[in-house]
Design a protein around this ligand. Structure first.
Ligand SMILES: C[S@@+](CC[C@H](N)C(=O)[O-])C[C@H]1O[C@@H](n2cnc3c(N)ncnc32)[C@H](O)[C@@H]1O
Length: 346
């Protein structure tokens, strides 16, 4: 689906001064403005200034900016959250994007200052903002516990929203045992096991991440059906005896060449009845967007790995076929620019 667009002058200013727009937004979140307006819609500037402990002049600068951006609405000298702000900027709401914005502020924002040299070099030079060993952000974060927490909180918030889609998007009850490759803290595996009472799920991830997942699985009372397996799926074999391999927000991390190798390995590991499922944000086939994926890819190029991106649907489909899978089917109609592709071995 194409989303060809041409920019108007307001759109241009939003792009050209995107740094100001983001700082207004992030400051509003950190100062609790959207929380305050959710609790007390119709507050005045004076009341909001008191709540945020801002003097009248800086408070006015913030409120003008956020009103012009449409994040808050001003009428009769009183302020309200816009519908979007009420949904995604209030911290205790289920769809809160506040942790995701923290990741943008502390990791993506500084790292993308090296976007131009990264474009020229074709690799992730933004990583220099996070000193440590390793060539990917994931390895570097080990040396930065505070940023690691910011990152995990953001991933967890994204997973919570996304896993609501996964469990009903496709009938996982047709499988006996699914490996959740790079399953993270087990959020998705637990949601799948709860939804499909006879399904077994194995989280396949690094040792420290599996430890976190094991605790969550035990707390959920699912240790009899949800397991962990420590390993590196780029190097180690997939666990035996499973009939499906799920990649949830994984195949964006690497190049399509590496993904193809991984899919070939899946094909070799699975039984004749096996299937592979890919779930993540996907770009339009004609490389025109959507805006959410287009703005996400620079992070993978300049910071995360220097080879990943939010690849187009057709690239995943082609790689699945090239790896030997058949019956590649897309689960349609997923929000958040997400796609789910299911391919069978036979
Ligand atoms: C972006 S997170 C996705 C987590 C989860 N699947 C989700 O959708 O929320 C990527 C996860 O993949 C894991 N991972 C990355 N490379 C891996 C590898 N080679 N082998 C095993 N796990 C890996 C990371 O430890 C991390 O937990």
């Amino acid at each position: 689906m194409s989303q060809a667009r041409e920019i108007d002058m307001d759109g241009f200013l939003l792009v050209a001064q995107g740094h100001s727009a983001f700082q207004l937004l992030w400051s509003g979140v950190q100062l609790g403005l959207f929380d305050a307006l959710s609790r007390h819609p119709g507050s005045t500037a004076e009341q909001l200034g008191e709540t945020m402990q801002l003097q009248p002049y800086p408070c006015r600068v913030l409120l003008i900016g956020l009103a012009a951006l449409g994040l808050i609405v001003k009428a009769d000298e009183r302020f309200h959250n816009s519908a979007v702000a009420e949904k995604v900027l209030v911290r205790d709401k289920p769809d809160s994007m506040a942790p995701v914005l923290g990741w943008q502020a502390d990791i993506v924002y500084p790292g993308l200052q090296d976007f131009l040299p990264s474009l020229r070099a074709g690799r992730n030079l933004g990583l220099s903002r996070f000193p440590g060993s390793g060539e990917t952000l994931y390895e570097r974060l080990v040396s930065h516990p505070e940023l690691e927490q910011v990152f995990q909180d953001a991933m967890s918030a994204l997973s919570r929203q996304a896993n609501r889609l996964i469990v009903d998007a496709f009938d996982f009850g047709s499988f006996a045992h699914v490996v959740d490759a790079g399953g993270g803290d087990g959020t998705n595996a637990i949601a799948l096991a709860r939804r499909y009472p006879s399904l077994r799920v194995t989280v396949y991830d690094s040792e420290s991440v599996c430890q976190i997942a094991s605790e969550k699985i035990a707390a959920a009372g699912l240790a009899d059906r949800v397991f962990t397996c420590v390993g590196n799926f780029l190097q180690d074999p997939f666990p035996a005896g499973v009939d499906a391999i799920l990649f949830c927000h994984i195949l964006t991390i690497w190049s399509m060449e590496r993904n193809l190798d991984l899919l070939r390995k899946c094909w070799r590991s699975l039984p004749a009845t096996g299937a592979v499922v890919v779930f993540n944000m996907m770009g339009n086939d004609d490389d025109t967007g959507p805006i959410g994926t287009a703005l996400g890819s620079p992070y993978f190029l300049a910071i995360a790995t220097g080879e990943g991106m939010l690849h187009a649907r057709k690239d995943y489909q082609q790689a699945m076929l090239e790896a030997g899978f058949t019956r590649v089917a897309e689960v349609g109609g997923l929000p958040l620019n997400h796609g789910m592709l299911v391919a069978h071995k036979n």
